[in-house]
Design a protein around this ligand. Structure first.
Ligand SMILES: Nc1ncnc2c1ncn2[C@@H]1O[C@H](COP(=O)(O)OP(=O)(O)OP(=O)(O)O)[C@@H](O)[C@H]1O
Length: 255
């Protein structure tokens, strides 16, 4: 599904990723954790084929980057990020924003097939925002906009769904609703790769965690192997006790 083999990325004499090797197998859902600047977004950009390693190889969905048409691979990947959100037209009706995801266009440039509109509307209803379908995107709350992005990404039936801090800016209520919706969407066949700063966002659906520290892998494996007090302390440099509650980890920071 995704394989990094000895991936290194250097910029202006700085090594931003160093010898990163990891494999995400079919059926697994991964979370990437790591401090600010540890290289998480850089990894996501590589998986999307926007950045190429200085050395090492990246394989995604069975294709090796450098030996395939990256644009074809991208069609099989959904990507939810703040920078995509910023590119969406705030005046467009919500259902159109969702429908444009079917071809991964930013806007619709031609008449939409009735079936596409129907699918966009029913995805919005499934995410409990069907009543907002005809409103302009710019009139929605941040939480509702995140759901629109989720619906838009699901329009193309992606095999891999990448989420870069999707819950940033959401209050507790909106965050929990978004995470519940993600759980709802997880049985549609897409595998998730989720970047966050908040370990309690590691929902039951996630199976594995990669912990990144200054461009190197500190740990990678099943979530129960990786999300431990020792490893979290090492990666974040804070003393924390971890507790699992409702199959999610919660950190209590000590002095
Ligand atoms: N194009 C670039 N040229 C030079 N340095 C870069 C470039 N892109 C990223 N970096 C540097 O690489 C490091 C890792 O950046 P990256 O955005 O991947 O971190 P991150 O883990 O996603 O951080 P955050 O959690 O703050 O979003 C940072 O120190 C950043 O300044």
């Amino acid at each position: 599904m995704i394989a990094f083999d000895q991936v290194t990325w250097k910029r202006e004499n700085r090594t931003i990723l160093q010898n990163v090797t990891f494999t995400m197998n079919r059926g697994e859902h991964w979370v990437i954790l790591g401090r600010n600047g540890s290289g998480k977004t850089t990894m996501l950009e590589m998986i999307n084929g926007y950045l190429f390693p200085t050395s090492g190889t990246v394989q995604v969905l069975g294709e090796t980057y450098g030996q395939c048409d990256v644009r074809e691979v991208r069609k099989r990947i959904g990507y939810i990020s703040q920078s995509l959100m910023d590119k969406l037209a705030l005046r467009d009706p919500v259902w159109e924003v969702v429908a444009s995801g079917v071809h991964a266009y930013l806007r619709l440039y031609q008449a939409v097939a009735e079936e596409t509109e129907h699918r966009a509307r029913s995805l919005l209803s499934e995410l409990r925002i069907g009543h907002l379908a005809d409103q302009a995107l710019g009139t929605l709350s941040q939480g509702e906009r995140k759901k629109v992005m989720l619906a838009r990404a699901m329009m193309a039936n992606p095999e891999l769904l990448i989420l870069d801090e999707p819950c940033s800016g959401l209050d507790l209520y909106e965050r929990e609703r978004f995470l519940a919706d993600l759980q709802l969407m997880s049985d549609r066949g897409a595998q998730f790769l989720y970047v966050t700063h908040h370990i309690e966002e590691i929902m039951p659906l996630f199976t594995h965690v990669l912990l990144l520290g200054s461009g190197r892998i500190e740990a990678a494996g099943t979530k129960h192997e990786v999300v431990t007090s020792d490893l979290i302390e090492r990666a974040y440099d804070v003393h924390a006790d971890l507790e699992w509650f409702n199959d999610r980890p919660w950190a209590k920071v000590r002095d």
